[in-house]
Design a protein around this ligand. Structure first.
Ligand SMILES: [Zn+2]
Length: 446
């Protein structure tokens, strides 16, 4: 037990606190104190009045919970939301997304697209996101400026793009960014080799070696579709997951995104290596890619986190939608209504996400000593009434628009749904400018 602090910067009095650790706990009539960037007390309200707080916030009808963690996305692609829908993965990429990116992506595109993404994420309860995209320096600067916590896994590809001409340049530019942000409290950096079908073995080995040396994360799209796995077996005689293992890329630093096509042997390999899975249910459903066997993975002890993927394939970055989709999909897939209960689904979007990003000691749950990354959700509206169980309302009845307040590292980034760091009308005007340019991309059918 840590001693009770006598003072605090802020004292919050919600009706319920859902700390996520311990799993399923709902604390009624509790209060939370924070000072600077940390949670300093979590205690019954009758004892909290002994704390002399500079600011006191009454939150009647609200639940307080850890900020949500979006473990996979390409934030700037929010500028391509709704640009091309209703296509399978490869034609969607080859005929629509890649040509639009080649024509328009720049540091400014990434700055504005990332700001649009962060505005949406904060308004729907996310306080940490992971990003894999070109001009990661622009994403890092935007996240830092807007007070958003972020893991950047900079892209590595075999072929040239607007950001780098060859694999060595992707890596050298990424490592230079790592130097630039080494003192950041909000932004961390890892490697983002795009996928085994876009990064050759020699470059995957380079990534594995450097990531181990620097002790940083690796995030990779993996087993996104059954045809990706089938093609790899035909071409290399090996499943992509086995290739990664052979190259030394599977371990507790590795975040495997999608993982829809998994056999029992794949699940056993993930469990034995400690690699994490990032499940993106809505993107997988929209692109008809498949469904990650979440219940089987969790049963075998594999850590499964949640991601939205980009707004171009989702079409939003709302983790409340993802939590509900994950719970429903797991039930449908296993034909078991008991699969992935509410507390487990919420854990995937919080503490499991923190674990996947290697940040379990600082975020992902409301515990004394952790970073003050938290959200208040107003459960008093008709959509979440009557209220028998706040956890059930959060997972099955909330849609993100009930998030009223948000703090990241103790800083209030949203109060009563007003963003404190983002000028929404100015952002909307810049977004309309991009829409006008992007909708005129040559060859794009409207
Ligand atoms: Zn992705």
């Amino acid at each position: 037990m840590s001693p009770l602090p006598q003072t605090a910067d802020m004292l919050l009095h919600p009706d319920w606190i859902v700390p996520v650790v311990p799993r399923g706990a709902i604390l009624e009539n509790y209060s939370l104190a924070l000072t600077k960037d940390r949670i300093t007390a979590l205690l019954p309200r009758r004892e909290a009045h002994a704390i002399d707080a500079r600011q006191v916030l009454e939150l009647p009808g609200h639940a307080l919970l850890p900020g949500l963690i979006n473990c996979h996305g390409h934030a700037a692609m929010s500028l391509l939301r709704g640009y091309a829908d209703d296509q399978p993965l490869m034609p969607w990429l080859e005929r629509h997304i890649w040509p639009a990116e080649a024509a328009h992506v720049s540091a400014q595109f990434v700055r504005d697209g990332t700001e649009l993404a962060i505005a949406e994420m904060i308004r729907s309860g996310t306080t940490t996101f992971s990003d894999m995209y070109f001009f990661p320096d622009s994403c890092a600067a935007t996240a830092e400026r807007l007070g958003m916590r972020c893991q950047i896994t900079f892209p590595v590809l075999d072929f040239p793009t607007i950001w780098a001409r060859d694999p060595d340049q992707y890596i050298s530019k990424g490592l230079a960014l790592r130097d630039d942000i080494k003192h950041s409290k909000l932004v961390s950096l890892g490697f983002g080799p795009h996928a085994p079908y876009t990064v050759s073995e020699i470059n995957l080995v380079k990534v594995a070696t450097l990531a181990a040396e620097l002790d940083v994360a690796v995030q990779i799209h993996l087993h996104e579709t059954a045809s990706e796995v089938l093609l790899a077996v035909e071409q290399h005689g090996e499943r992509p997951l086995d290739t990664l293992h052979r190259l030394g890329l599977l371990g507790p630093r590795t975040q495997c995104v999608h993982m829809t096509d998994l056999g029992d042997q794949d699940i056993a390999l993930l469990a034995s290596t400690g690699a994490h899975v990032v499940h993106c249910p809505q993107s997988n459903m929209k692109l008809a890619s498949g469904a990650c066997p979440v219940s089987k993975l969790l049963d075998k002890g594999v850590n499964v986190a949640l991601g939205t993927d980009s707004a171009a394939s989702n079409n939003g970055l709302n983790l409340f939608g993802e939590i509900k989709a994950a719970a429903l999909l797991a039930k449908l897939q296993s034909r078991e209504a008991t699969a992935l209960p509410a507390a487990e689904a919420l854990a995937m979007a919080t503490i499991n996400g923190a674990r996947a990003l290697g940040m379990e000691d600082s975020i992902g749950s409301l515990e004394v000593g952790k970073q003050a990354d938290l959200i208040a959700v107003d459960l008093s509206g008709p959509e979440t009434q009557p209220l028998y169980n706040p956890l059930s309302q959060l997972v099955y009845a909330s849609n993100g628009s009930q998030v009223s307040h948000s703090w990241i590292a103790g800083e209030m980034v949203m109060a009563q749904r007003q963003l404190t760091h983002i000028d929404l009308p100015a952002l909307a005007a810049r977004t309309r400018g991009w829409q006008a340019r992007i909708s005129n991309t040559a060859g794009h059918e409207k």
